[in-house]
Ligand binder design. Structure first.
Ligand SMILES: [Zn+2]
Length: 167
């Protein structure tokens, strides 16, 4: 029997940085798990960093759009995601921002590819981004892995991972 996820999922890294993902957002990302045949999926993480604590909260994600190109082992995100982000940002009066990216991998325990690392580094170096850190999630078949990227020194730390046994 599967339990219904009703509490936020929380990840933590070795520096004590917390990332909280709201239940609906979590469910949305997990619904794109690839199984045996589905192509990769992905999108942007949208949310905020709480001023008092420095904790990050993902409130929303974008999901695959018709303009994206989805392959079994690659996901090419179109710039329509950026348009959604701009709209969400405006509607939230600037409180909902870009917090990073998520995508799926057709493997049990996902490992970032060289393309992933290169993309993530570019995001960290992009001066347009608002926060001092960004988060990168890969949804695998048996585990969900999250990396926190720090913009100050363009470094990454792996956050505690979430396995299927937790579901
Ligand atoms: Zn990847």
């Amino acid at each position: 029997m599967k339990t219904v996820q009703s509490v936020a999922i929380i990840f933590k890294d070795e520096h004590g940085q917390l990332l909280e993902i709201t239940p609906d957002t979590w469910k949305t990302m997990l619904s794109y798990r690839q199984g045996n045949t589905a192509p990769e999926a992905g999108g942007l993480l949208l949310g905020r960093i709480i001023l008092e604590t420095g904790d990050a909260v993902v409130d929303e994600v974008t999901t695959p759009l018709p303009q994206d190109r989805r392959k079994r082992f690659r996901f090419y995100r179109s710039n329509h995601h950026q348009k959604i982000l701009d709209k969400v940002w405006r509607l939230s009066s600037g409180t909902c921002n870009y917090l990073g990216e998520w995508h799926t991998h057709p493997e049990d325990y996902p490992t970032p590819s060289k393309v992933d690392w290169d993309n993530w580094r570019l995001k960290l170096l992009d001066p347009k981004n608002h926060y001092e850190m960004l988060f990168f999630i890969i949804i695998g078949e048996k585990a969900i892995r999250v990396w926190c990227g720090y913009r100050a020194n363009a470094s990454f730390s792996k956050m505690a991972e979430y396995g299927k046994e937790n579901e």
